[in-house]
Design a protein around this ligand. Structure first.
Ligand SMILES: C[S@@+](CC[C@H](N)C(=O)[O-])C[C@H]1O[C@@H](n2cnc3c(N)ncnc32)[C@H](O)[C@@H]1O
Length: 208
């Protein structure tokens, strides 16, 4: 069975588009088969974008698991002075996100495969609708890798469905030393706010 998180989706290309409408933003985004939620903006993504505070005006920001780019492009449009790293394992997603950023003239979006990000970059903000379906161990490894790259005062916002384990993820993050609370709760979604780990402020990268 094909998964949206495959590195090189083999499913035939079936281009489409979705419209992202937010109070401050109206964007048409190209989508395709083999990527996450190609028919519509995911409800969790929408809830995240409607609840997070504005990102810092500058610095490096991260959309972890960018898909075709609704989160990265919203970050870039709300923080035009910042560099927005849009990363994914799925190459079709990375390419779509890059195209969508170009079409929207958001030229500070860097859409790249996860292994192509310069390892020294540190993020003041991470927004993510994380790929829960890759499995717990893989997701924990992914979060460890990227949360360890928060700046000392950096914050990550993660949207997770309750039935996909938002409460246990919150517990795990706290146990691992990332102070985490629930910033918002809407429908069956929770938006978790994760602060940088005080003992490894933006230096260690234990998963690498
Ligand atoms: C739930 S989707 C969200 C996509 C997009 N941000 C959105 O809101 O429509 C999660 C994304 O994470 C990507 N992904 C899966 N494993 C990953 C990993 N180890 N590192 C980074 N991204 C990953 C998937 O390919 C997918 O595009």
């Amino acid at each position: 069975m094909a998964h949206y998180f495959e590195e090189r989706p083999e499913t035939a290309s079936r281009p489409g588009s979705v419209t992202l409408v937010l109070p401050d933003l109206h964007l048409k985004l190209e989508t395709d088969s083999g990527v996450f939620s190609p028919e519509r903006i995911d409800q969790g993504t929408r809830i995240l974008l409607e609840t997070v505070p504005p990102p810092p005006a500058g610095g490096d920001l991260l959309d972890l698991g960018c898909g075709y780019g609704p989160i990265a492009l919203t970050m870039a449009s709300r923080a035009p002075g910042a560099t927005v790293w849009a990363v994914d394992v799925n190459r079709r997603s990375v390419e779509l996100c890059a195209r969508n950023a170009r079409a929207a003239a958001l030229d500070k979006v860097r859409s790249v495969h996860v292994d192509e990000v310069p390892p020294e970059v540190r993020y003041t903000t991470i927004w993510s609708n994380p790929a829960i379906r890759i499995g717990k161990a893989a997701m924990h490894e992914m979060l460890t890798r990227w949360l360890s790259r928060l700046t000392p005062d950096g914050i990550a916002y993660l949207v997770v469905q309750k039935h996909l384990g938002s409460d246990s993820l919150q517990r795990w993050l706290n146990e691992r030393g990332w102070p985490t609370d629930r910033m918002a709760s809407r429908s069956s979604y929770r938006v978790l706010r994760v602060r940088a780990r005080p003992d490894v402020p933006g230096t260690a990268d234990p998963a690498r």
